[in-house]
Design a protein. Sequence first.
Length: 330
Amino acid sequence: MTLTKSRDRAPRTRGGRRRAVAVLVLVALGALIPLLGPSPALHGTGEADAPGTGGIALLRTVLFAALAVPVGELFAVRLARGLPGAPPALPRSWSTVANSVGLVAALGLASVVATGNLLPTSPADMDLGGLYETRDGKLALLEVNGFLAAALCSASRRPVTQVLPLAAVVVAEALRAHPTTEYGPLVGSGLTLVHLTCASLWVGGLPHVLRTLRLWGHAEAGAALLGRYARVALVLLAAITATGVCSSLRRMPSGTILTQLTDTAYGRVLLAKVVLMAGVSALALWARVRLARAADPLTARSPARAEVCLLALVVAVSGLLTALPVPIRW
């Protein structure tokens, strides 16, 4: 009986993987052009391509990914340790490496600020002392110090202490995204704070949960952990969607949003992000249905793995989005 079930289950698993790959390819095509860089997104809009936009977008993508890994890991570890009867073994931490990578990206972005928001060509181009005299410079230094402290904490005997420096990085990034010259900067920073926190928990938490399931094998606690994560992810998705819509409406009023989605670089990349998020949501729903109805709940790992790939593309789009000119409020 066991052999028969295993043979019957194998074709379903392979079919599920093929469907997950198909969804991944189809949805990724919707975001292919903006992901090639700022130039295709700016083509035909009449907007200027600022020097160093591609490099800044890459640095921000690395910074967002480096932030998500330790935040999501702390979240996933807390979920796993709260399960009754769960195996004590946990995957090896990636936090120290991720925080170190985030430190390098933060240093790169700080050098951009020190050069007048341009990519430096030599150390002589940078005014490091001027970082302490501007708001953007101070926030850039706060991100550098936050990642440095998080890396040291994650390598210590109490890695949970990295929560505070990581929180400082999130706050600094939320404030940086909304300068004081913007209308209602505190409201915008609050929306970004919630959006970035929830996104980091989701993007970084899912890979660690999947790594934990692989380590635990076919233990019953694996399905329970995936189900617990799926329930929290539903709340995170709602918060990400709500804050994302509110932030977009603040920058693109409802009367002009359809035009700006196609006629501005920011709108095009935002549209690509929406397409990708729709694909992520579909995969998340598919995984949740499998958890609830499949004979083997762990088959939900197939759409979850595809979800991780799409989330990586969402992070790349988000990094590009922060480097593009903000639309004009007509």
